[in-house]
Design a binder for this molecule. Structure first.
Ligand code: SF4
Ligand code: SF4
Length: 91
């Protein structure tokens, strides 16, 4: 099966540092291991995550869905938008 010029989609992770309670769910559920908990503390005394390997984020949004504090969200990296969305028909 051919996919034309379809590129891998990546995401950009944003974390609201001070809403996080350091539960680690996002780190544990990330299928590509893009996240890890920081050794630094936030204002509540927890260790929030950060994108240690941001290039590994594939915009699956598991971390956003699993976070009980709504403190992490992911946006699609527009530079990796696939060519089919621009009207190019895969061959
Ligand atoms: S969107 Fe998916 S791949 Fe990206 S950091 Fe979240 S869980 Fe990991
Ligand atoms: S799931 Fe949410 S509250 Fe838990 S560590 Fe990740 S960002 Fe923080």
């Amino acid at each position: 099966m051919a996919f034309g010029n379809v590129k891998n989609v990546t995401g950009v992770v944003t974390i609201n540092w001070n809403w996080c309670k350091g539960c680690g769910f996002c780190v544990g559920f990330c299928p590509t291991k893009a996240l890890t908990l920081s050794t630094e503390y936030n204002a509540k005394g927890y260790h929030p995550p950060y994108a240690k390997s941001p290039e590994k984020c594939h915009y699956c949004m598991y971390c956003q869905m699993i976070c009980p504090e709504f403190s992490i969200f992911v946006t699609r990296n527009d530079e990796t938008e696939d060519e089919t969305k621009k009207g190019v028909t895969p061959k």
